[in-house]
Design a protein around this ligand. Structure first.
Ligand code: TXA
Ligand code: MG
Length: 313
């Protein structure tokens, strides 16, 4: 399977790749044609840059400028389980497709924590650009089956690496300028990052001042994203007729609960279940999904971010 994948990648084809966060749609990040295929298959606007996946800090340094701050974060979070952190740094290698970075002077880099992905990248010897393996704006897949449903007919190979351990996309932290800025909450908690850095990290908003490329700071942070086909209603104390009720913990009324993200109120478990359960409910006969309140700290920040985008008009 890996041999076949390597051959396809070197021919400029795109394949489904497991990572610990969500499944990715991988291509040779130095091949413009292959990268263009990603945008086409996903129907993704080409102003929205992609993350490149590396097998080590050593490979990362060949494609982006690793400041002391970036080094520290990579060492801490890329090699510890389970954690998913993408670092935005200045690009430094002309061989990297400019389609990957959508014309920006920065590049998003992460090292996935999945044995198959690491083996693939290591043997390929170059970074793989990979967005989540779903159509633009829909829910990220957390299993090979979900990738097959999303894109199966459009790609030649999906490597099955089992269900994703983390279940939500990586945290994106911009360290390309002096002050780190959180662009997207995700698989590595803000609290953990702040603990390592010993500072409070700002979260990006439209008003965040930056020295350059202001309007492109977070090109992919559309308000509506990660959306199921039926409406999602947040902070729901109960389900309305016809709605599924997705709960968390046991505090909320268990009566008329359809699925529980984590009965024990564990945010790690809830994150791993989130996209799978929303997909399940989306495919059922409900006319909407009511979601119980989720605590807004730790991984709950990522869960609430995805839920609020999924429910946006
Ligand atoms: O966990 C993940 O991050 C997954 C797995 C497959 O690695 N990937 C993923 O990729 O979620 P995608 O394409 O769905 O989201 C990448 C986000 C987009 O919002 C994009 O705008 C942002 O990263 N991004 C990429 N390069 C950037 C850059 N240079 N500056 C700012 N944002 C960037
Ligand atoms: Mg995505």
């Amino acid at each position: 399977m890996i041999e076949q994948a390597l051959k396809m990648l070197s021919e400029g084809q795109i394949i489904g790749m497991p990572t610990e966060s969500v499944y990715g749609l991988a291509a040779d990040a130095t091949n413009d044609t292959a990268v263009a295929r990603i945008y086409a298959v996903k129907k993704r606007p080409s102003i929205n840059p992609l993350i490149i996946h590396v097998d080590s800090i050593e490979m990362a340094r060949q494609w982006g400028v690793f400041t002391e701050l970036a080094e520290m974060l990579a060492k801490e979070f890329w090699y510890k389980t389970p954690s998913s952190l993408t670092l935005i740094v200045k690009r430094n290698n002309a061989a990297l497709s400019h389609l990957v970075t959508a014309g920006l002077d920065t590049v998003a880099i992460r090292m996935p924590m999945h044995a198959i992905a690491l083996d693939l990248i290591n043997k390929f010897g170059k970074p793989l650009s990979a967005p989540s393996a779903n159509k633009s704006n829909s829910i990220s897949p957390t299993s090979a089956e979900a990738v097959a449903i999303e894109l199966g007919e459009l790609i030649p190979l999906i490597i099955d690496g089992g269900p994703c351990r983390v279940g939500v996309e990586s945290t994106i932290l911009d360290v390309s300028e002096n002050d780190p800025i959180l662009l997207r909450p995700g698989g590595t908690t803000l609290e953990a990052i702040e603990k390592v850095l010993g500072i409070t990290v700002k979260t990006y908003t439209e008003n965040t001042p930056t020295s350059n490329t202001k309007s492109f700071k977070a090109p992919g942070m559309m308000k509506r994203h990660y959306a199921p086909s039926i409406p999602l209603r947040l902070n729901a104390k109960m389900a309305l007729p016809g709605e599924a009720y997705l709960t968390f913990g046991t505090e909320n009324q268990r009566q008329n609960e359809t699925l529980n993200l984590s009965e024990s109120g564990d945010l790690v478990e809830a994150t791993a279940n989130l996209f799978r359960m929303i997909r399940l409910l989306d495919c059922s006969s409900y006319n909407g999904i009511a979601v119980a309140p989720i605590p807004n700290f730790g991984l709950g920040l990522a869960i609430n971010d995805r839920l609020s985008r999924a429910s946006a008009e």
